[in-house]
Design a protein around this ligand. Structure first.
Ligand SMILES: Nc1ncnc2c1ncn2[C@@H]1O[C@H](COP(=O)(O)OP(=O)(O)OP(=O)(O)O)[C@@H](O)[C@H]1O
Length: 723
């Protein structure tokens, strides 16, 4: 193996840890390539490896191992200390440190910590701690990264583990590489490969427990279950453990059972052969406990005064509420908890509006709050009611991994709480919300149970209805039923009837096409046509049931971008690995970001690329995205929270709506042909709905009403608690 030392003069390509760069040695400029983490232009570097001649790219040096040579001369030391790697240290402080501590400054700081910096001019206690921390972590990280690289643990993973375990990172990982799955860095099978390279025994308890957890979590977070039957969990785990790289029957049933027993004390709860991740068990139990207490309590108010108020409202607004709507208002004022459910256009928002107006008349001075699970849904709720509305997260002050601001010992100051789009709320969010509700607060859950269930575990709305929580179902369809076919067809789909078309009306189009590739092309053409007609990009929702495949969102996004926002010389772009973001691109946020107050499913448009300063005062590149007039900055690393948003999955579109909705219907995504998917997509359309595909595929979807059952005991607990 050869050794080369020099400084980086240019970076030619970088993706994650993989780098191609030019290294200037004393003799010549050499193209180097390999997994080199966090190196920037001008930095000194020593690489170990060998030369090879690439057919296309010629002679280059393949790096097996690398290190940042410790600065030797005083000047090198000053440059290192003043670099962005060392926080809190500018050039002035670096010069003072080197003149105070001499050429062994780094090892002195590493060994003695911040105390050796306290006598240096211009360095106070806080700055000394910052500098000492940075020196320690920079040196340690380099050591850790190089030690772990040989096992296939990338620098990014090593850094994350370092953050969690500090100097113990290598020891921890060598003993239990499955912590990489705990930290959500890789899945079980990749961790298992790494474990094999490290030499972990296939019968290791860590391996068994990691696999049990992986199977259980997959079932809860991908299929939405709250628990798994113990036998099924054991069977599925045995299959993975015994077939992945090690051959059959390496793990016995007894060892698996032991694994479960070990976990029982730490991370799972077993109740009558049902295995729950502990936190989900506690969410379900606490939610049931709190809900059943609420269900029981009753309020009594003057009903005659209520009836008078309803009559007054009807007269003022020229509306006659139907029996169910009137009943909903009565019920909520009589009880503490009510569910209002119904399909599109059945008057749910009308009930909310009436309820707010009457409640205000009856209880002036009381506080009313309106919330929904996503930013998109809460904006829609505010628009429909003309009242302020927020996300549930914002209402309760929820931050990832922290206790919400409002909880069981600090209740929300609110008298009437209305929660819209309840079908999207999973058990975790539902419990956090319910715990924060005061025993005197009235709660109205509004939702449509025929839409897709929550992305997260549980089926809260359905379970509550099943358990007998007071529910009013609105069945009469008011809106558009006569004039528009969208609502009419949505209700037909929901009842398992095929779609009907009236060519005279121009709000529901079906474009027949069999070939999936042509369907994709037609979706793009139709979207472009609507733009030509004067609609805005934000008016158009192109939805697909899936990400992959010929009509999946991935391909559609690329095709739509090329058509609707093609590249030109002046449009700036950011290239990050294989992905790139272009000025004017429509993007979607993929996860909740509480700091930015941007939530999973929010869509925006890229408005520019600029520079900002980070917490340490360093200049960083940022990309600006406009979300409904709110401008949010993303660093390059943060763009992993974004995807192109020209086409999004139906799941991500829940809770939102747009004037135009376009969807494909093809048997090529046979697995995804389900009634609640089509129904959810259709109910997003306000003005025009375009389906492109075959009637056969559409009818298969409409006929498929097999809603995958989710394992949950919320209904059972609620019923038991109440009886
Ligand atoms: N009792 C009623 N009499 C006449 N019109 C009504 C009545 N209730 C509601 N409407 C009208 O029906 C339309 C749909 O009502 P609303 O928006 O309340 O339904 P929704 O269930 O909230 O619909 P979506 O879920 O699709 O948003 C509105 O135009 C509303 O004014």
């Amino acid at each position: 193996m050869m050794e080369l030392t020099g400084s980086i003069t240019s970076i030619l390509y970088r993706k994650d840890d993989f780098l191609i760069a030019v290294l200037r040695t004393q003799k010549e400029d050499i193209k180097i390539k390999g997994n080199i983490h966090g190196i920037e232009k001008k930095e000194a570097l020593t690489v170990y490896g060998s030369f090879e001649t690439h057919q296309k790219y010629g002679r280059q040096f393949t790096v097996e191992y690398w290190e940042r040579p410790l600065p030797q001369t005083k000047n090198q030391l000053i440059t290192f200390l003043a670099s962005p790697l060392i926080k809190g240290c500018g050039k002035k402080q670096a010069q003072e440190i080197v003149s105070g501590l001499g050429k062994h400054a780094l090892s002195t700081i590493f060994k003695q910590g911040s105390s050796c910096l306290l006598n240096i001019k211009g360095i106070g206690k806080k700055r000394a701690a910052k500098i000492a921390d940075s020196v320690r972590s920079t040196l340690e990280v380099q050591e850790i990264v190089s030690q772990l690289l040989e096992y296939g643990i990338t620098a990014n993973m090593a850094l994350r583990v370092y953050k969690e375990y500090g100097s113990d990172a290598v020891k921890t990982l060598k003993e239990n590489p499955y912590v990489l799955t705990e930290l959500n860095l890789i899945g079980f099978s990749k961790a298992d490969d790494i474990a094999k390279r490290i030499g972990i025994m296939p019968t290791s308890g860590y391996r068994i427990e990691a696999c049990l957890k992986y199977i259980l979590h997959k079932s809860c977070f991908q299929a939405g279950h709250m628990y798994m039957a113990e036998d099924q969990l054991l069977d599925e785990t045995a299959q993975v453990l015994n077939h992945h790289a090690y051959g059959e029957d390496i793990i016995s049933a007894k060892e698996l059972k032991n694994g479960i027993m070990n976990m029982e004390e730490k991370s799972i709860v077993i109740e009558n052969d049902c295995v729950y991740p502990s936190f989900l068990y506690h969410h379900e139990q606490n939610l049931a406990h709190q809900l059943s207490r609420m269900k029981r309590s009753r309020d009594s108010i003057a009903m005659s005064s209520l009836e008078r108020q309803i009559d007054k409202y009807q007269k003022k607004h020229g509306i006659i509420l139907v029996t169910e709507q009137r009943e909903a208002i009565r019920e909520l004022l009589d009880k503490q908890l009510l569910i209002l459910t119904g399909g599109p256009g059945t008057g749910k928002t009308t009930v909310i509006r009436t309820m707010i107006a009457i409640y205000k008349q009856l209880f002036s001075g009381h506080t009313i709050r309106l919330v929904a699970p996503t930013g998109k849904a809460s904006r829609k709720l505010a628009e429909m009611t003309g009242k302020e509305a927020s996300t549930i997260h914002r209402l309760i002050g929820y931050q990832q991994g922290e206790m919400p601001e409002y909880h069981q010992d600090h209740k929300l100051p609110c008298d009437l709480l209305i929660i819209d789009e309840m079908s999207m709320v999973d058990v975790r969010l539902a419990n956090n919300l319910i715990q924060a509700i005061h025993k005197n607060t009235k709660v109205l859950f509004v939702g449509d149970i025929d839409q897709l269930p929550s992305v997260g575990p549980g089926n809260v709305l359905r379970d509550m209805i099943q358990a007998g929580v007071p529910t009013i179902e609105l069945t009469e369809v008011f809106r558009q039923a006569r004039e528009s076919q969208i609502i009419k067809n949505a209700h037909r789909v929901n009842q398992g009837q095929s779609i009907v078309f009236d060519k005279e009306k121009d709000d529901f189009y079906f474009l027949m096409q069999q070939d999936p590739k042509k369907i994709a092309a037609l979706l793009v053409r139709s979207a472009s046509r609507f733009l030509e007609l004067g609609y805005d990009l934000s008016d158009i929702l192109v939805l697909s049931p899936m990400k992959k495949g010929p009509v999946g969102t991935e391909i559609l996004n690329e095709m739509l971008r090329e058509k609707l926002n093609p590249i030109d010389e002046v449009k700036q772009e950011w290239k990050i690995g294989k992905r790139f973001f272009r000025l004017g691109d429509k993007v979607i946020q993929l996860q909740n970001n509480y700091e930015k107050q941007i939530f999973n499913g929010d869509t925006g448009v890229i408005t520019g690329f600029t520079q900002a300063t980070d917490d340490d005062g360093n200049a960083i590149d940022v990309m600006k995205v406009d979300y409904f007039g709110k401008e949010i900055s993303y660093t390059k690393t943060e763009t992993k929270e974004l995807n192109l948003g020209y086409a999004i999955t139906i799941h991500k579109a829940q809770g939102g709506e747009a004037p135009i909705v376009l969807i494909p219907a093809t048997a090529s995504h046979y697995m995804m042909l389900a009634r609640n998917l089509i129904y959810t997509a259709m109910t997003r359309a306000k003005e025009k709905m375009v389906v492109i595909g075959t009637e056969e595929a559409l009818n298969i979807a409409i006929a498929n009403n097999q809603i995958a059952k989710r394992n949950s005991k919320l209904a059972e607990r609620l019923t038991k608690n109440t009886n």
